[in-house]
Design a protein around this ligand. Structure first.
Ligand SMILES: [Fe+2]
Length: 223
């Protein structure tokens, strides 16, 4: 049975889409299974290690593509991605039709469904953690999905956009899609009476997507 997804689309202050209850119960169970697995000592990396900007944030994260590599294109190589529930279910960003809806918001977004390369990071923000505003300028588009245990114990953690003086609350199981040129940050998360590994913080599964360069010649780029 096909599944109905509910989205809000906005052209201003920049093109963006918010999909609510993005993952179904079965997918959520798979996601939480993996989030709980990572929420233990020694699993989340520091910003310097996961490719974040060390001076701008302290939260822990894992770049899943680096752990579960697809080596099927090399001799005797295997594709390890199916081992990750998250890398498997988050294909929904690319095959559920939300990118087609996003593409209609503004002419500058039409190319989003054609992107052929993405990376996925799992992030965890606990008490006192934030991300200063920055632009992920190497990527054409970004899709951020949010998860937290209910009843919600933390405050803050909003996604903010300083150039537009705009912010979004990041509802549980919602996905926000917007262009890579939009400067964004995460407001400080505050939690009282919660140990880091109890898992009451703010989780995000973030997808960065763009196009691979197939061939580069000395005269420029070729398709
Ligand atoms: Fe970012």
């Amino acid at each position: 049975m096909s599944e109905k997804l509910f989205c809000d689309v906005f052209e201003e202050p920049f093109p963006h889409l918010i999909a609510y209850n993005f993952y179904n119960d079965k997918e959520l169970e798979l996601i939480w299974e993996e989030l709980k697995f990572y929420t233990k000592p020694g699993k989340f990396f520091t910003p310097r290690e996961f490719g974040g900007v060390p001076d701008m944030t302290t939260h822990g994260a894992i770049q899943l593509d680096g752990v579960y590599r697809d080596d099927s294109n090399i001799q005797n190589g295997l594709n390890y991605r199916p081992i990750s529930n998250i890398l498997t279910v988050n294909r929904k960003v690319f095959n559920s039709g939300v990118l087609d809806e996003f593409a209609k918001i503004h002419e500058s977004c039409w190319i989003a469904p054609l992107c052929d390369h993405d990376i996925t990071k799992v992030r965890y923000y606990h008490d006192g953690e934030s991300y200063d505003a920055h632009a992920d300028k190497s990527f054409q588009f970004l899709a951020f999905s949010y998860f937290y245990r209910e009843p919600k114990k933390f405050t803050g953690g909003e996604l903010f956009f300083p150039r537009q003086n705009y912010e979004l609350t990041c509802e549980n199981n919602s996905t926000i899609i917007f262009p890579g040129w939009v400067k964004h940050g995460v407001k400080e998360v505050k939690i009282e009476d919660s140990a880091y590994y109890d898992g009451w913080g703010r989780y995000a599964i973030t997808s960065f997507f763009t196009n691979t360069i197939k061939t580069v010649s000395t005269h420029g780029f070729r398709e």
